[in-house]
Write a protein that binds this ligand. Structure first.
Ligand code: SAH
Length: 215
């Protein structure tokens, strides 16, 4: 499938092939990466680096995650079309665009108002319409719960309790868990009303998940 992408962004297709070589197996994830013009999600001074498999700085001292990390987290979500997914940390909006390409019903929260506004304008301009919210991701979106999947793209030191409660039974959350020195990618599955199961995966480094909002 990776060899037969059509009408996609040539550089994004090459990036998807690189991620395949690095171990991403899910062809739907690779096809989504190949469909999103990452250069639209970084400052114009960074355009030449947009298709490197590297994180890049965005406003407010935050980062757009490395494409491998985006693909790795998305693969762990095992999204089915139409599933309701909540992302914490909209940032540039790139991950939200990838989730939209997967056919998910996407909700995303960002704690910096400026990033929220920029991501909204950018995603809509590109034809993506996730439901975006300015707020504190630690609170989740109780009015829209339950979610089939939750994806956290900043690192909390503990599993956020309010988010666990917003998973449907049988659903799961993918999060980088740990402090500033580094995190373990973690999957927390809600197996019953009050029952959860945790598995851990690779090592990553994310910006910290912080409480409250900033205008
Ligand atoms: N998914 C983003 C990655 C951005 S980096 C992308 O594709 O570009 C992580 C983002 O999480 C930052 O924008 C940061 O401001 C945001 N963040 C950190 N703590 C948060 C919280 N409590 N609620 C919502 N967003 C948060």
């Amino acid at each position: 499938m990776v060899n037969s992408f059509q009408n996609k962004y040539e550089k994004a297709v090459i990036l998807a092939k690189e991620l395949k070589r690095k171990g991403i197996r899910d062809e739907r994830v690779l096809a989504a990466i190949a469909s999103v013009p990452r250069e639209q999600f970084v400052h114009e001074s960074m355009t030449e680096f947009a298709y490197l498999d590297k994180p890049l700085p965005i406003e407010e001292g935050q980062t757009i995650s490395q494409p491998y990390t985006v693909a790795y987290q998305t693969e762990l979500l095992q999204l089915k079309p139409g599933e309701k997914v909540l992302e914490i940390g909209t940032g540039s909006g790139y991950q939200a665009a990838v989730l939209c390409e997967m056919g998910a019903d996407v909700y995303s929260i960002e704690r910096y108002q400026g990033l929220y506004l920029t991501a909204k304008e950018r995603l809509n301009r590109l034809g993506y319409y996730p439901r975006l919210f300015f707020g504190d991701g630690y609170e989740g979106l109780p009015d829209h719960a339950p979610f089939d999947k939750i994806l956290i793209t900043a690192a909390p030191e503990e599993i956020p309790e309010r988010l666990k409660e917003q998973l449907r039974i049988g659903g799961w959350m993918v999060l980088p868990l740990g402090g500033r020195q580094g995190q373990k990618m973690t999957v927390v599955t809600r197996t019953g009303e009050e029952k959860y199961r945790k598995t851990t995966h690779g090592d990553f480094i994310f910006v910290p998940m912080q409480k409250g909002t900033e205008k």
